[in-house]
Design a protein around this ligand. Sequence first.
Ligand SMILES: *Cc1c(COP(=O)(O)O)cnc(C)c1O
Length: 406
Amino acid sequence: MLNQSAIIRQFPILQQKINGQALVYLDNGATVQKPQRVIDAIANYYSTTNSNVHRGIHTLSQNATIAMEKAREKVKAYINAKKPKEINFTYGTTDAINLVATGFTSLLQKGDEIIITEIEHHSNIVPWQILAQRTGAEIKYIPLTLEGKLDLDKYKSLLTDKTKMVAVNHVSNALGIVNPVKEIIDLAHEKKAWVLVDGAQAVAQMKVDVQELDVDFYAFSGHKMYGPTGTGILYGKEEILKQMSPYRGGGEMIETVEMKASTYADLPFKFEAGTPNICGNIVLAEAIDFMLDIGMENISGHKKSLVTLAEEKLAELPEVEIYSPNMPKSGAISFNLKLNGVHPSDVGMILDKQGIAVRTGHHCCQPIMARLGILGTVRASFAVYNTAEDVDKLVAGVKKAITFLR
Ligand SMILES: *Cc1c(COP(=O)(O)O)cnc(C)c1O
């Protein structure tokens, strides 16, 4: 059991009122709020440690370097990577996926195939489209079944010797469903294809073990796991990262630079050109400690119970349509009102008037919205500080919206 009031007290932003009502923040799929210890760690870094990393001989620079490398170790342990050099600091999930898609330019050729799914975030679609245009590779999509989960039979039929990369999200930000990534990875490996998992929604709510998954790449963002914006991680297996060309050129990522050409630094610095988000990367360790102190099992149990509760209560309202109902979900639920001419944003606006923050629209996932034949959904997504009372307020707010919009 979580000590909910003690957890809520750690989030200063939640103490405020919105439109005269206590804030009920259910937009955690877009970004989560930060606990006081993360906010303090940011101030502490700039008050005591701020300096550029790696280049410096002076003490402050060494302290910043040590702190950032300790954070790398923390992330490595958090996802159980084998080596710190497999942990690349990026500026977010989007940046991490672009790193891989760019780095694969020299590893793909015309006729190769990339498999993604209909429920990817745009950041796990567009970089592959750019890679496909650059190399002549082709993209194939795993569809959703009528029940609202990935069609693994179709996936098996798409996998061939031409498949070079499979990219799939671990937990869908659009529908909240948990995808069977282990099975997807094992099937891809039978065809010697690489697999990238977009873990942006998963890392803040479940224990992720990249060695157990045997995944080749795992990408996520700091700001969805109680850390700062502008931080992210690309985990990659060392032997594959070594084969990839660098994403950005510049300082820090070189061994020697001559007029005509340069040689690149070893991992992970090869992919970390320029001054990184030093403060953010260091503070990510604090965000991980925040989650570990509560316990990943406690967090994941809590979020699942809130989603289940919300699904049960919303399903009692005949005007509400829930997407991928009765599928294993984690952290989020997507729905619409079955009322003529009502747009998700109408519902979002009425909820906001009551202090309830939800996201409305396509959630950066237009292909799945097109597939469902809708423009968007209302999405309520939960974090460790949300309560059963928040779910009650959401359901009451939705009832109010039904009355107004009917
Ligand atoms: C948020 C999110 C992204 C993009 O993350 P950024 O932090 O915006 O780079 C990608 N995939 C999923 C599933 C997400 O939830």
